[in-house]
Design a protein. Structure first.
Length: 136
């Protein structure tokens, strides 16, 4: 009985170490990708939106966008939340690089946060994708 208990404890400890190591590798991958993306900012996304900053804040990968409010208002961006969510999910499914990044975020238990800020009103709209959102 003691041998069985030791085996169970050893397996549990090995699983915990492996899970922590995997989570750490995923986080290191996310950090490396964020550092690469950071070098390319600011970066126009479309006629109205520019990625101005990307950072890791705790367990969040935070993308900050500046929106040209002469092109679209923050209220209109917020009204398109479902479209933005669907487009991001489609991009993750269709683009291997995005898919790998999303999987690493899930493995590292990190969320992706998109913050859109108007260039004149300075109002913001925030969209969060939890690991559960990214995995599903």
């Amino acid at each position: 009985m003691k041998a069985l208990l030791r085996l169970v404890l050893a397996c549990t400890l090995l699983f915990a170490i492996t899970a922590c190591d995997s989570s750490l590798r995923n986080r290191e991958y996310v950090e490396a990708e964020v550092n690469k993306t950071r070098q390319d900012t600011p970066k126009p996304v479309d006629a109205a939106t520019t990625l101005i900053k990307v950072d890791i804040e705790g367990d969040n990968v935070v993308y900050r966008y500046l929106v040209d409010e002469e092109q679209i208002s923050i209220e209109d961006v917020a009204a398109k939340e479902d479209i933005i969510r669907n487009e991001l999910k489609n991009s993750i499914e269709l683009n291997e690089e995005y898919h790998q990044f999303a999987e690493a975020c899930v493995g590292a238990h990190m969320s992706i946060v998109l913050i859109y800020t108007g260039n004149t009103s300075h109002e913001s709209f925030t969209l969060t994708f939890t690991p559960e959102n990214l995995a599903g």
